[in-house]
Design a protein around this ligand. Structure first.
Ligand SMILES: Nc1ncnc2c1ncn2[C@@H]1O[C@H](COP(=O)(O)OP(=O)(O)O)[C@@H](O)[C@H]1O
Ligand SMILES: [Mg+2]
Length: 373
């Protein structure tokens, strides 16, 4: 049977959709596509803030549910796979809030799963993060279990680095005597995207060209690097509610300088690369291979900086091992849907800090019941 994973991360660049089969340790990625967000919906989602009326959130939840359903239908059609061959859709949903702090401990994703199940006729699994949180975990990151399944067991110390809106690492030791760890390092592309959107009306800094032409501002960088999130102990996870343009403005003010926009872009790119390299030096100094997935892999400037900063370890795309770097997150949620149906825990307590391995997600059946005459 096939599983279909749907993911739209903090970047809101696209809905990633993957149709896969899992066979032993082989991933059969039958179809992968990125579906654009309708511009108006993307604007509504980006505008969501603590003061957004609940009815607006509900409207987005409904509209996203329909969009996700449409993406799933188009993907199945493109692959020529009927819904009867798809065991489940795993939909992450669009995060509007991720607050792992004990006083809130909640993570909210939009994209009504009932609408997805109803419109596709395929059982849908959603709400993957909160059982881990109920068990005392961060609810994130969840990709490490798949990273280990896909890229573990190589007999060398490996790090899988996902550079999405937020950057997260999975540290896979060569031997079974050491546990897998993983955490959100901090901002991946999100600050770069937000800054270039504000200053140049572009959605992202293609290949990092704008950053590459700027000069990193040492004072601002030092202030940002001193932020308490970076040295915080594990487990930890974060989101755009922490790393955003207000955060950037606060650090620029603290440093007492206002770099010109291109120099700030260079500073933000440097921040992403330094914090990633720092995390690897701290938690996985014997790493020999860093495998990169997520949209940041297409930023040649940052890949070059990472190579320079990491020195000994090689830095490559997961494509080097036959894994499409853009598809990994969507595949994660197809895989977690399978775990849910199989009754197998999907979290790694050594990563999320949960007290137990737990079964993640809730199942939404398509719900068509035959009426008695
Ligand atoms: N060619 C490129 N050059 C530079 N950055 C890119 C490129 N392609 C994608 N990106 C970056 O990757 C981001 C999307 O990454 P993705 O892994 O989908 O993140 P998320 O999971 O947050 O949606 C974009 O917003 C952009 O910042
Ligand atoms: Mg994305």
């Amino acid at each position: 049977m096939f599983y279909l994973g749907l993911m739209s991360g903090t970047s809101m660049d696209a809905v990633d959709a993957a149709l896969v089969r899992f066979q032993n340790h082989h991933l059969d990625l039958r179809q992968y596509r990125q579906f654009p967000f309708p511009a108006r919906l993307a604007d509504s989602l980006k505008a969501i803030s603590p003061s957004t009326p609940v009815i607006e959130i509900a409207r987005c939840d409904h509209e996203l549910g329909d969009l996700f359903a449409e993406c799933a239908i188009q993907l199945m059609n493109a692959a020529g796979i009927p819904q009867s061959e798809v065991a489940a859709i795993g939909c992450h949903g669009q995060t509007v809030l991720h607050c792992p702090q004990p006083e809130v401990r909640n993570s909210l994703q939009l994209g009504d799963p009932s609408r997805i199940a109803w419109r596709t006729g395929v059982r849908t699994v959603a709400d993957f993060r909160r059982m881990d949180m109920a068990a005392g975990g961060q609810g994130a990151p969840l990709a490490p279990a798949l990273h280990v399944w896909l890229l573990g067991g190589a007999g060398l110390d490996r790090v899988v680095l996902n550079i999405g809106g937020i950057a997260n690492v999975t540290i896979i030791p060569s031997g079974s005597d050491r546990e897998v760890t993983g955490f959100d390092v901090g901002p991946g592309n999100t600050l770069l995207d937000q800054w270039i959107r504000q200053h140049r009306r572009e959605v992202h800094d293609r290949d990092g060209t704008w950053a590459a032409g700027g000069r990193c501002n040492g004072e601002v960088l030092d202030s940002m690097l001193a932020d308490p999130y970076f040295p915080r102990q594990l487990p930890k996870s974060t989101g755009k509610e922490y790393f955003n343009l207000d955060w950037v403005a606060r650090h620029a003010a603290r440093a007492g300088v206002g770099p010109e926009p291109r120099d700030m872009q260079a500073t933000l790119a440097e921040l992403t690369c330094r914090t990633i390299a720092g995390a690897i030096f701290n938690y996985a100094p014997s790493t020999s291979e860093v495998l990169v997935c997520g949209g940041g892999v297409h930023n040649g400037y940052m890949m070059g900086r990472l190579r320079a900063l990491l020195g000994k370890a090689t830095v490559d795309s997961t494509a080097r091992h036959g894994v499409d770097p853009d598809a990994v997150e969507a595949v994660t949620f197809a895989w977690l849907a399978k775990c849910r149906l199989d009754g197998v825990p999907g979290n790694l307590p050594s990563v999320t800090g949960a007290s137990h391995p737990v079964i993640l997600g809730a199942i939404y059946e398509p719900g068509k019941v035959k009426r008695e005459k």
